[in-house]
Design a protein around this ligand. Structure first.
Ligand code: HQG
Length: 181
């Protein structure tokens, strides 16, 4: 299996459906690497420790982390399963960006950004990343989020190990949206 396929497989079982292969994540999202390899191999997904190591090290977005003792692996963000990443709140910059698709704008204007199936709304500190994230869903549009004001209003922000800003939800009043008519 090539690295992209393995990376997608790891995203599936470490973020969304560990039960597909009978894997158990602990409360902080960690899985035993030996168990992951054994369970995947039983189901015909051939994985090896060096392959996993290489993906963790080379993944363009640093999606995964290996524990300090080398025994466990977890996804750095993007979970739909209910785990606690154990991240400490961080004060965000004055503004961050969210990339979405134009077809979502009407709904976002009404109810703001929600986390959909994931645990958090994902925000980035640069427009280029936001544009890439948005284009996964269609015609991309970049929204500016008044994160400084949100923080002053008591909302919490976290930064994942791979530098993605996370928050529970963004009410519409904190969004700069393009005009539509
Ligand atoms: C949209 C990737 C309608 C939201 C990326 C987004 C990211 C609404 C979609 C990470 C809405 C959810 C996350 C509302 C939000 N009405 N649509 N009220 N509120 N939405 O995939 O942010 O490659 O769950 O704008 O790089 O696109 O997986 O979130 O378009 O960091 O590592 O609902 O996934 O990382 O889509 O992407 P997603 P996202 P990975």
């Amino acid at each position: 299996m090539n690295e992209v396929k393995i990376s997608k497989f790891l995203s599936l079982v470490l973020r969304h459906q560990p039960e597909q292969i009978g894997l158990v994540l602990d409360q902080n999202g960690w899985a035993s690497i030996d168990e992951l390899i054994a369970l995947a191999n039983v189901r015909g997904t051939n994985l090896s420790r060096p392959q996993i190591q290489s993906i963790v090290e080379n993944s363009d977005k640093q999606r995964f982390a290996i524990s300090a003792d080398g025994m466990k692996i977890r996804a750095n963000q993007g979970h739909s399963v209910d785990i606690a990443l154990g991240l400490a709140p961080h004060t965000p910059p004055e503004q961050l960006f969210h990339g979405t698709a134009t077809r979502f704008l009407d709904s976002i204007r009404e109810i703001g950004l929600h986390s959909a199936s994931r645990q958090h709304v994902h925000l980035s500190s640069d427009r280029a990343t936001a544009e890439k994230v948005g284009s996964r869903h269609g015609n991309p549009v970049i929204l500016t989020v008044e994160t400084g004001q949100m923080a002053r209003d008591g909302r919490l922000f976290y930064v994942s190990e791979n530098g993605v800003w996370l928050t529970d939800a963004v009410p519409a009043q904190y969004l700069q949206l393009p005009d539509t008519d």
